[in-house]
Write a protein that binds this ligand. Structure first.
Ligand code: HEM
Length: 182
């Protein structure tokens, strides 16, 4: 998992919970990296799970709630760091339908070792997009947060329904219905 995912996560934890909590969860997580992340480094996904579990215990929020909140923050990071990838789009449905065959393809060129999910489109109209998320990391709540932020970015709104196709959530069906537009 890319270092930027860790550095921005700890940044958000500091903003929301304070530096003491950052210190505490790093200590409790017993990390091979000892929590010394750089944006360009690559670290084991198990370190993220350890940090999330300890933050979940500390905050009383579930890992899915934490991932959703983290995605809301991370969307801002994407906008500032990769403006050209996002500015190609003027519609949230087009952007989301292009993660698999454009956006994450570009990400893979930048970071060949990126651990990305796949999205298989089952159905697409101007107002409806149904796709299957697949990833061994089961970060569907992170995806959900990014999707809602994508709509907000285009002054639009959507109802997004999730259906776990596997109990461990490594396969999740997203049904996205655009509900308004300015
Ligand atoms: C400019 C737009 C985007 C960029 C540059 C980008 C880049 C990235 C990067 C760098 C990672 C981490 C890879 C790693 O740590 O190895 C990632 C993961 C992920 N991205 Fe994107 N992304 C973008 C848009 C989106 C959008 C709109 C979604 C909406 C669903 C999305 C869904 C995900 C998910 C769910 C993951 C977590 C990894 C997993 O589930 O396996 N991304 N992305």
């Amino acid at each position: 998992m890319k270092g930027i995912i860790f550095t921005e996560f700890l940044e958000l934890v500091e903003q929301k919970f304070g530096y003491d909590v950052v210190d505490k969860i790093i200590e409790q997580s017993d990390l091979p990296s000892q929590g010394a992340y750089t944006t360009v480094g690559t670290y084991d996904f198990t370190e993220m799970i350890a940090l999330l579990s300890n933050l979940s215990k500390h905050s009383g929020l579930s890992i899915d709630e934490l991932l959703y909140t983290y995605a809301e923050h991370f969307f801002g990071v994407l906008i500032s760091n990769y403006p050209d990838m996002i500015s190609k789009y003027n519609d949230p449905m087009e952007l989301l339908a292009s993660i698999e065959n454009h956006i994450h393809v570009e990400v893979r060129k930048l970071y060949p070792d990126a651990e990305l999910p796949t999205f298989e489109i089952l159905e697409k109209t101007d107002t409806k997009l149904i796709m299957i998320y697949r990833s061994s990391r089961a970060m569907h709540s992170f995806g959900l947060g990014l999707m809602h932020k994508t709509f907000e970015h285009f002054n639009s709104e959507a109802e997004i329904h999730l259906e776990k196709l596997k109990p461990d959530a490594t396969e999740v069906k997203f049904s996205i219905m655009k509900t308004n537009e300015q």
